[in-house]
Design a binder for this molecule. Structure first.
Ligand code: ADE
Ligand code: ZN
Length: 348
C-alpha cells in the first residue's frame, strides 16, 4: 500500500475499522472516575494517591492497582458508567467490534450481583452500538487464578447461565505463578460443555510451559499475552502450525515488567518485543490494550508501537484482519466485518 508519512499512517489506522479482543473493562477505569466513585462512596482519595497507584512498574503493583481500582465498582450503575466511558473511547478510536473481559471472579468475591452488573453494562454497549456511537460487543467472564479452582467453577457457571445474553467465553486471568493450570480442568470442561469458548492468560510472567498447559490441558483457543513463547522455538512452531493466536499487549508487557522477565533482562524496550518475530514465524497475532487506563494506552497507541517495532502498515492490516478472523463472532457477522476492511486509503 502506498502511504508516505507517519501522520498519514496514523490517520489511516484511526479510520481503519478495528477489533479489540483482549481488554478488561475494569482496566478502562480512568483516574477521574476513581475520584468521582470515591466521592460517591465517601472514601478519602486524592490525586497524588491515584497518580502513584497508576504508575505501575511490575506485575505485583499492577495486581494491587487492579484490586484497589475495582474496589470502587460496587453496584450495577457503576459498571454502566464504566461501559459508557469505554464505549465512547472505543468509538473514537475506530473500534467497531470488541470482546470485553469482565472480572466476574472479583465480583463474586465481593458478593456482588454478577447478573445485574453484567446486564447493566451490556445494555449500555448494546444501546451505543444501535445508535452508532459504540462498537458491537460480546463478553468474556474471567476467573482469577490466585483465587483457586472452586471460585473459578462458580465463574464458569455464571458464564454458562448468561450464554444467551452475550457471554461467549470463559477465561482465566490473575497471577499465573500462583495455582497450576491443571487445577482448572473441571471449570474449563464445564464451560466447554456449555458451549463457551475458552481463553487463558498464559506466558505473560510465567514460562512457555504455561502456554503449553493452557493449550494441552485446558484447550484454550486463544492465549492472552503468550510472550514467553519467545523462549521456545518448538512452542512457536506449534502455535504457527495449529494456528493458535496470541493476543499481544505491548504496553501492558512494559508496565507489568513481563517483557523484562521473558528477556531475562533488567531493562528492555519495544524494539526487543517478540511481536515481529511471532508474526514472521506465522503465528496468528492480534494487538490489544489489556487495561488501557492502567497502562496509559489506546489501541491506536499499540498499533503505533508495532510500527516502531519494525512492522509495516501492511503487516498491521493483516494483524487487524486476524483479530476479526480469530474472534468469536458468528460466521455471517465475521464476514460482514471482513468486507469492510479493504480497501482503505488516507483520502477515503
Ligand atoms: N487481569 C487484568 N489484566 C491482567 C493481566 N495483564 N494479566 C493477568 N490478569 C489480568
Ligand atoms: Zn489481560
Amino acid at each position: 500500500m502506498l502511504v508516505t508519512s507517519d501522520s498519514e499512517i496514523k490517520v489511516l489506522l484511526g479510520k481503519l475499522p478495528k477489533a479489540e479482543l483482549h481488554l478488561h473493562l475494569e482496566g478502562t477505569l480512568l483516574p477521574h472516575r476513581i475520584l468521582s466513585l470515591a466521592q460517591k462512596y465517601s472514601v478519602p482519595v486524592d490525586w497524588n494517591e491515584v497518580h502513584s497507584r497508576y504508575n505501575t512498574r511490575n506485575f505485583t503493583q499492577f495486581l494491587e492497582l487492579y484490586k484497589w481500582a475495582t474496589s470502587f465498582l460496587r453496584e450495577a450503575e457503576d459498571y454502566a458508567l464504566l461501559a459508557e466511558d469505554a464505549a465512547a473511547a472505543f468509538h473514537e478510536q475506530g473500534i467497531v467490534y470488541a470482546e470485553i473481559t469482565l472480572s466476574a471472579g472479583v465480583m463474586l468475591l465481593r458478593k456482588q450481583n454478577v447478573t445485574a452488573n453484567f446486564i447493566a453494562l451490556r445494555d449500555v454497549f448494546h444501546r451505543r452500538a444501535q445508535s452508532g456511537t459504540g462498537p458491537q460487543t460480546q463478553f468474556i467472564f474471567d476467573a482469577v487464578r490466585q483465587f483457586g479452582s472452586a471460585p473459578a467453577m462458580e465463574v464458569a457457571r455464571m458464564a454458562a447461565d448468561l450464554r444467551n445474553e452475550g457471554v461467549v467465553a470463559f477465561g482465566l486471568g490473575g497471577d499465573e505463578l500462583s495455582v497450576p493450570l491443571s487445577e482448572f480442568h473441571s471449570a474449563y470442561s464445564y464451560a466447554a460443555e456449555h458451549g463457551l469458548h475458552l481463553l487463558a492468560h498464559a506466558g505473560e510472567t510465567g514460562g512457555p510451559e504455561q502456554i503449553k498447559d493452557a493449550i494441552d490441558i485446558l484447550h484454550a483457543e486463544r492465549i492472552g499475552h503468550g510472550i514467553a513463547a519467545l523462549r521456545s522455538t518448538a512452542l512457536m512452531n506449534t502455535l504457527a502450525e495449529r494456528k493458535i493466536p496470541l493476543e499481544i499487549c505491548p504496553s501492558s508487557n512494559l508496565r507489568t515488567n513481563a517483557l523484562n522477565i521473558q528477556l531475562n533482562s533488567a531493562t528492555s524496550d519495544l524494539s526487543q518485543h517478540p511481536l515481529p518475530k511471532f508474526f514472521r514465524h506465522g503465528i496468528p497475532v492480534t494487538l490489544s490494550t489489556d487495561d488501557p487506563a492502567m497502562f496509559h494506552t489506546t489501541l491506536l497507541d499499540e498499533y503505533s508501537a508495532a510500527l516502531q517495532m519494525g512492522l509495516s502498515l501492511d503487516d498491521l492490516l493483516v494483524i487487524n484482519r486476524t483479530a476479526f478472523e480469530q474472534s468469536f463472532l458468528s460466521d455471517p457477522a465475521r464476514q460482514s466485518f471482513l468486507v469492510q476492511l479493504t480497501p482503505v486509503s488516507p483520502e477515503s
